[in-house]
Design a binder for this molecule. Structure first.
Ligand SMILES: C[S@@+](CC[C@H](N)C(=O)[O-])C[C@H]1O[C@@H](n2cnc3c(N)ncnc32)[C@H](O)[C@@H]1O
Ligand SMILES: [Zn+2]
Length: 270
């Protein structure tokens, strides 16, 4: 199958070698005026990372678990709170994984298109097929992104690393940054029951303190709800995150799950 999604990144991507604009050809890849060329993968994503997959990139099994879990609808309340805060036609999700949240935000208006960035090729493979108006690119959030200055209207980052200076560089005047972070109460009983990793405290406060001075904090709201998870959902919740890198303590069983997140939204002055 030829995927026709790369052109949705037209005007957004620059060459990771020389920073000239990349011309994109669906199903083939991208090239710059200096002759640097990047082939699209057969599954449709473009790898602009110029490095081997690091050990901490999400694995195929983690991405599959995340996609399966999110498809059950258990986290739809997160989508419901996120989407109304997005703005403009050009969206980017940093550390997009399967691009579940980006897809929902792109689907909210017919003129929207999305760029899914992730270091994991397994994630990019899934993201490239997540929505017809999403292009998926492999890139390291901690490097200078292969994304042009001031091109993004809404920059999403949920449960992924945050490079605030790159967020600021690619954000358009009037654009928004939307970050979701877990609070210490997130999955509290699941953590106790299954011996999962702790959440470092006060992530939201740290972000508010670190945000660039020009950004205006327009929203800071809790996302809190609970649900009864099946054994399959619990297994996927554990398998889709960093706990997958640690030995699983005991077989998954059905459990009550408390979700306790903060949504932070900043706006760059127009
Ligand atoms: C916990 S998952 C969240 C995925 C997605 N935002 C979601 O909530 O469904 C974190 C994602 O960040 C990606 N990631 C981790 N370090 C990264 C880096 N340095 N650059 C780009 N992506 C990275 C992982 O591969 C993974 O897909
Ligand atoms: Zn180049």
């Amino acid at each position: 199958m030829t995927l026709m999604s790369l052109h949705h990144a037209a005007g957004l991507l620059v060459c990771p070698v020389c920073r000239q604009p990349l011309t994109l050809v669906d199903g083939q890849g991208g090239y710059c005026s200096h002759g640097h060329q990047f082939d699209a993968a057969r599954s449709g994503y473009l790898n602009l990372s110029r490095q081997a997959q690091p050990a901490n990139a999400d694995t195929r099994a983690m991405v599959a678990a995340r996609r399966r879990f999110l498809a059950t609808g258990a986290y739809d309340p997160v989508v419901d709170q996120l989407v109304p805060h997005t703005t403009g036609p050009v969206l980017l999700e940093a550390g997009a994984g399967p691009a579940f949240y980006l897809s929902a935000c792109v689907a909210a208006a017919d003129d929207r298109r999305g760029l899914a960035l992730d270091l994991s090729t397994a994630a990019a493979q899934v993201a490239a097929r997540a929505h017809p108006r999403i292009a998926a690119v492999v890139a390291d959030i901690w490097s200078t992104w292969p994304v042009a200055d001031q091109t993004i209207d809404s920059l999403l980052c949920l449960f992924a690393p945050r490079n605030l200076s790159e967020f600021n560089r690619v954000l358009r005047p009037g654009g928004r940054v939307l970050i979701v972070v877990p609070n210490p109460g997130h999955w509290a009983s699941l953590r106790r029951q299954f011996g999962l990793l702790d959440i470092p405290p006060a992530k939201a406060d740290q972000l508010v303190a670190q945000a660039p001075a020009t950004w205006e904090l327009v929203e800071r709201c809790p996302i809190q709800f609970g649900f009864s998870a099946s054994a399959e959902q619990v297994a996927d919740l554990i398998a889709m995150g960093p706990n997958a890198f640690h030995s699983s303590p005991q077989p998954a069983t059905a459990a009550e799950v408390e979700v306790d997140l903060s949504l932070l939204v900043w706006q760059q002055p127009a």
